[in-house]
Structure formats: C-alpha cells, structure tokens
Design a protein around this ligand. Sequence first.
Ligand SMILES: [Zn+2]
Length: 233
Amino acid sequence: MGGGKCFSGVKNVSLLRLAALTAFFCLSCGLAGAGAGSPLSGRVVVIDPGHGGDDPGALGCHGIVEKDVAMEIARKVALAFREAGAQVVLTRDGDLDPEGRRVEIRDLPRRVELANRCRAHLFLSIHLNHFSEPDEYGAQVFYQCGSVEGRKLAEAIQAELNRHLVDVGRQALGGDFYVCRNARMPAVIVEVGFLSHEEESRRLTDPEYQERAARAILEGVARYLQGNREEVR
Ligand SMILES: [Zn+2]
C-alpha cells in the first residue's frame, strides 16, 4: 500500500459522471456461474488492483513497482473467482479504468462507487506492502474498524494467506481506509507481501507464487461465506 498512506486523505468527490457507464459495466460483467454449489456462485466480487496510471504505488527492491504486481495478482484472483462461479468486476485493467480511460491519481471514490453501483457482495483491494525496515515480510490484511463483517472476512483471508504463503504470526488489522469505510459491502485491503523485502519481493513477481496467493484469497473468501451460511442455519 506504500507505507499505509495511499488510502487516507481522499475527501472531495464527484461521482455522478460514473453512474451511467458503471451501470452498463455491471450488466455486462455477469458471467454464467460455474460451480453452482460453490459458496462463490452468483456472488458479485469487485477486485481492485491498487494504484495504476501515474500512481505507481510503492517502489520495491529490484525495480519492482507495486501497481504492476498488484495487477498481475489481481488478474489471477479474478480468474480464480470466476472459475468458482463468481461475477468479477475489476476496477482497472492495466492503466485503464473500465471506461477505457487512463486511471487517475486519487481515484479511490471511482473504485468504491463502482462496487456500490454493482451492488457487489465483496470488495477486495490488492496491494503490496513497503516498510522502512527491510526485514518485514508476510501478507497483511486490513479491514475497517467497527465493521464486523469486514473483520471476519479479513481474518479468514489472513488465515489462508498465512497457511499457503508464509506464516509470521500476522493477524488481520483494523484501521480507517477510504475504500473500506465507503463500500456498502464487506471490504478488505490485502497486502500480499512486502516489496521492501529482498527475497519476498522476488517471490511476489513469480507467477506460481502469485497463483498461490490468489488461491489462498479465494479459499479465505469461501471460508468466510461458508461460515456466514452456517451461522444463519
Ligand atoms: Zn498500495
């Protein structure tokens, strides 16, 4: 996420211009649900690759740029969720938004409004971490303080990332984040690993590792949805 800075401070927003096209985009994103028995079947999931356009996000070891790795992982997450029967909406494709325009800096309102317009069930923002201490590594999931569902979702994803990637005892953390605060559905920020860590940054660009991360996120979400189903019974 670039030292935790990228989600704060966005206040003034003009959202109306997005409305019409977002509605079209939501209608066109529906996929016939594979995996009808899957807890993901028929769920609308917005996957948000962090940063983009002129906003590179964190700059890591080996010249790795957060926006590029976030996009690569988000594509794999999107594919995994589609295969599980979810209807996936990506908030950007490379440096372009769903309207085909270059992604603007400070466009968090656009992303969260897209999710709200789509009546998404879940919002997953994909980022890579960066810290001044180069020893920090491991995935970290954040949720909005006070959101019970956000916390449950974050904890489920954190557990699966710890299990499938690396477990350094990280727990899901609460905070105040623009997208999580304004999304009308459970929303989390998944920092898949640290670009400031020499070895982990290299792993994060490995397609096989990215695939594992995507599967872990999918399993976490499935577990969260399953848990809620059981609570209802
Ligand atoms: Zn970021």
